[in-house]
Each structure stands twice: as structure tokens, then as C-alpha cells.
Design a protein around this ligand. Structure first.
Ligand code: ADP
Ligand code: UDP
Length: 241
């Protein structure tokens, strides 16, 4: 597979064309941003961890029948994926209150919901990824009704699989963000990444944050936390196999 021209550089990944128009290579960087790019930094080794973890989780989801963009891990930072048309929604699933949910609704972090919740942000950096509801997403033509139903169904199913997996690793899955895309045949698949950048992961016993909140909130031990969560995942994956 030939790594062609760079077609996009995002905040956490670069995207390259390949000699197959249906495939892309994503390359994970150590760059970290928060608060819509206002806070910037580097987390040494993050790209390697996120690439490996995202691929492991996508493989696990694929085994459970979830369609994903994942094709093949090419190197420690590079992965071959199916090119999709990204649905411009950040799909956020929550099991426990934290972050913007706690702030918006005035509840402490750590409230365990009786049922998982879902919300959408309009993926638009210039607007700061504003919260958007189903009707707005339909009115703006961002998704069709059928796609929206499929995305919600998949997101909750993914939550079930990931929650069980992280529990087996001694980790609580608090919340996470997913992105979905359309393949040329119109079908919806899970795209982008699932990593400590996009999930809140707390040690089940101590509550220690093992995710990007350590960077966002200047909690220290950022690199160590990424290494620790990867080690926990590897332990859990060993047991799944
Ligand atoms: P951002 O664009 O938010 O800065 P990244 O640095 O992670 O984020 O850049 C990766 C970009 O690639 C994102 O815009 C994401 O939506 C997009 N993307 C992820 N998976 C695919 C895919 N399979 N096909 C096309 N684009 C993808
Ligand atoms: N998230 C993400 N990208 C974003 C916004 C949120 O990956 O642009 C993830 C974040 O890591 C967390 C979940 O989505 O796991 C919910 O984030 P929240 O809405 O609480 O936003 P934040 O507090 O990060 O602003």
C-alpha cells in the first residue's frame, strides 16, 4: 500500500491518500488540543498508544458485528482505513455525568445514570462544535432519518461492548465520542478513533482519571496515564482472546 499525498492534517491525526481511492492512511500524532484548540501541547507517545488502542477496540467491535472503517494496522502510528464521508456529528454517549454534561446541568461528576444517554455536537470547529438535536440535524440535512436511527442504535450497542470490556480491565467507561461515516454504498460505519483522547476512563477502584482529562485539567502524569490505560487494555484483550 503506497502512502500518497497528505490530504488533511487535523488536531490529532494526519490523513493520507493511497493508491486505492477507497482507502486512506491515518497517522496518529502526539499533538494534543483541548477547548476547541485553545490549549495545545504534546503527549509523548500518545499517537502510538491511540493508534494501537483504537485498532484493538475496532477489531473487537468488528467481531461483535459492528461495521467499522478499520482495515489494517500498517505501523506504530499508521492505519489503513476505508475512506468514508464523515457524518458531521460528534456522537457522545454517557454512562456517568462528567465534563460538559456536569457543567451544563449543574450536577457533580460521577452521577451514575440509570440508562446511558446520547447527544450530538455539530462537527464544526468555526462554531465550536455546538450541541445539536435530532430535528436540527435533520433540518440541516446532516443526516437522513434512517441514518440517525442507525447511528443511535450502533452507538448504544458499541457502548455495551466497550463498557463490558473496560469493566473486565478494572476501568469504568464514563463517556466517549464517536464519529460515523458513509461508505460509497451508503451504509453507515464507525470511523475516526476510540482512544483515551475520546473517552473518559476512570480506574474502577480509585477513580483515577486515565484519559485526556489529565491534560485538559493539568492533573499531571499524562504520559503515565496513557501508558497505564494501554497496559490495562492489553491485559483485558489478552483475556478476551
Ligand atoms: P480534527 O479534524 O477534529 O482535528 P483529527 O486530527 O483526528 O481530528 O483528524 C482526523 C480527521 O479524519 C477527522 O476530521 C475525522 O473526521 C476524519 N476521518 C476519520 N476517519 C475517517 C475515514 N475513515 N474517512 C475519512 N475521514 C475520516
Ligand atoms: N470528546 C471528544 N472530542 C470532542 C469533545 C468531546 O472526543 O471534541 C469526548 C471527551 O473525551 C469525552 C466525551 O466526548 O469523553 C464527552 O465530552 P464532553 O461533552 O463532556 O466535553 P468536554 O468536557 O471534553 O468539553
Amino acid at each position: 500500500m503506497i502512502k500518497g499525498e497528505q490530504i488533511y492534517e487535523g488536531k490529532a491525526k494526519k490523513v493520507f491518500a493511497t493508491d486505492d481511492p477507497g482507502l486512506l492512511i491515518v497517522s496518529y500524532k502526539d499533538d494534543a488540543t483541548a477547548f476547541n484548540g485553545l490549549k495545545r501541547g504534546t503527549i509523548e507517545g500518545k499517537g502510538i498508544i491511540n493508534n494501537k488502542m483504537s485498532n484493538a477496540l475496532m477489531r473487537m467491535l468488528r467481531k461483535r458485528g459492528i461495521p467499522t472503517h478499520f482495515v489494517e494496522e500498517l505501523g506504530e502510528r499508521d492505519t489503513l482505513v476505508k475512506k468514508v464521508e464523515i457524518v458531521p456529528l460528534e456522537v457522545i454517549v454517557r454512562n456517568i455525568s462528567a465534563g460538559s454534561f456536569s457543567k451544563r446541568y449543574g450536577v457533580d461528576e460521577g452521577l451514575v445514570f440509570s440508562e446511558p444517554t446520547i447527544e450530538f455536537s455539530y462537527k464544526n470547529d468555526a462554531l465550536g462544535d455546538p450541541l445539536i438535536n435530532d430535528c436540527h440535524a435533520l433540518a440541516l440535512g446532516l443526516v437522513s432519518r434512517e441514518e440517525l436511527e442507525e447511528i443511535k442504535r450502533l452507538a448504544f450497542e458499541i457502548n455495551g461492548v466497550l463498557k463490558d470490556f473496560w469493566t473486565s480491565c478494572g476501568v469504568t467507561l464514563v463517556d466517549f465520542k464517536l464519529e460515523f461515516g458513509r461508505l460509497p454504498d451508503g451504509s453507515i460505519v464507525l470511523a475516526d478513533e476510540i482512544s483515551p483522547d475520546t473517552c473518559r476512563l476512570w480506574d474502577s477502584e480509585t477513580g483515577k482519571k486515565l484519559d485526556k482529562d489529565r491534560f485538559r485539567r493539568d492533573l499531571g502524569g499524562v504520559e503515565d496515564a496513557y501508558r497505564e490505560i494501554m497496559a490495562r487494555a492489553e491485559q483485558g484483550l489478552g483475556e478476551v482472546k
